[in-house]
Ligand binder design. Structure first.
Ligand code: NAD
Length: 368
């Protein structure tokens, strides 16, 4: 029996509702498998601001640092619109990422067969899609100096941001991508704009050198980021792992996510060095429009927990089992409102969680 320390941060809006369903899955695993979870639940975002006066408290950070993984819901909501910028819910999330040194953001884009019609692309283009975008998260143009808006006089102003990367920043995120590709289909596509940007030229040279030195068994391809944006729509299944910088990754990961057609299904992970916990959260926000109504789709958060099992707890076997159970529930035409289709059965948040547990139970029965 292995015990893992987890921090759970439900956050705001639908966060607590979807996290309650994750707790059901954790309880099921503890009762039926060789794992147990020592869970510390805490606040982040607006909920933390209301309780602690800050959106991510030092005491919470300490608990996170001492954990194996952090599972988060989502933050934000109109009730905190007038809170000072540095205390807004989103600032809590940014602080968590920064303090935990999370430099690689993993965004899978997976199309479940049962949801192939939810995509705006033709089924034959997206069926079976399974790609993973690795986005550099702590460098590049969002953080580079100098930055700012300068008044040039005579009504003229100048806005400046700086795209900057060092070899070590490029290689550490490259290493994450190559390692992941080894566990998947062995292909990495590295994206930049080496044709027009020096930082892109350095990116390409450093990724090439890393590949040559350590990852000769993985296939590496370079692609300009604008071409990648087109290829994601033209033939997304050509990709396995895409690694790219903070800015291009921001855009390409949203584009890839939308190939799957449903926000309520999309998990993510942010990883740092080996001795720091990963942070796992759904891609969607706090959905204030449906919060408290038992309508939200909990699967993105449950799949985020599954990523934690795979990447922080090295329990790919349990992650596979949860993902298979999700697939079976969808095949049984059980749907929350966001992924509802003709002929399917409408489920609430809690009913979706219960269906998943029933599916896990039936798998257990079959295996016994
Ligand atoms: P959102 O993702 O919260 O919602 C967009 C739309 O998708 C809404 O109609 C919502 O009902 C629906 N939706 C989202 N998740 C769903 C789910 N699990 N099941 C069913 N439907 C779902 O984005 P938004 O409306 O732009 O932002 C709302 C708040 O969330 C804002 O305060 C924003 O800052 C915050 N936000 C937080 C995060 C995060 O915590 N990482 C990410 C994005 C937005």
């Amino acid at each position: 029996m292995t015990s893992y320390n987890l921090v759970i941060l439900p956050g705001d809006g639908i966060g607590p509702e979807v996290m309650a369903e994750v707790r059901k899955v954790m309880a099921w695993l503890s009762s039926n498998k060789d794992v147990s979870f020592n869970v510390h639940e805490d606040k982040i975002g607006g909920a933390a601001y209301d309780e602690y006066g800050v959106p991510f408290a030092d005491s919470t950070l300490e608990k996170c640092r001492a954990s194996h993984a952090v599972i988060m819901g989502s933050v934000g909501g109109p009730q905190w619109d007038n809170v000072p910028y540095d205390k807004r819910p989103e600032a809590g999330l940014l602080r968590a990422r920064k303090e935990l040194g999370l430099f690689a953001n993993l965004r899978p884009a997976l199309v479940f067969d049962a949801l192939v019609d939810a995509s705006t692309l033709k089924p034959e283009i997206v069926r079976g899609l399974d790609i993973l975008i690795v986005r550099e998260l702590t460098g590049g143009v969002y953080f580079g100096e100098p930055r700012g808006i300068e008044d040039l006089g005579h009504g003229e102003r100048r806005g400046v941001n700086t795209q900057v990367y060092t070899t070590s920043e490029i290689k550490r995120v490259g290493r994450v991508a190559f390692e992941l590709a080894r566990k998947r289909n062995g292909r990495v596509t590295s994206c930049e704009k080496a044709n027009v940007m020096e930082s892109g030229k350095l990116w390409r040279e450093d990724i090439t050198a890393l590949h040559k030195a350590e990852y000769g068994d993985v296939t590496l391809e370079h692609m300009y980021a604008d071409n990648c944006a087109m290829q994601l729509l033209r033939n997304p299944r050509q990709f396995d792992v895409i690694v790219t910088d903070n800015l291009f990754g921001d855009i390409l990961s949203d584009e890839a996510a939308m190939l799957t057609g449903s926000l309520g299904m999309l998990p993510s992970a942010s990883l740092g060095s080996d001795d720091t916990p990963g942070l796992y959260e759904p891609v969607h926000g706090s959905a204030p429009d449906i919060a408290g109504q038992n309508k939200a789709n909990p699967l993105a958060t449950i799949l985020s927990f599954s990523m934690a099992l795979r990447y922080s707890l090295s329990r790919g076997d349990l992650a596979d089992m949860i993902e298979k159970a999700v697939q079976n529930v969808l095949n049984a035409k059980i749907r929350t409102a966001d992924i509802m289709a003709d002929g399917c059965i409408l489920a609430s948040t809690s009913a979706m969680g219960d269906s998943l547990i029933k599916e896990l139970d039936s798998g257990l029965a079959k295996a016994a």
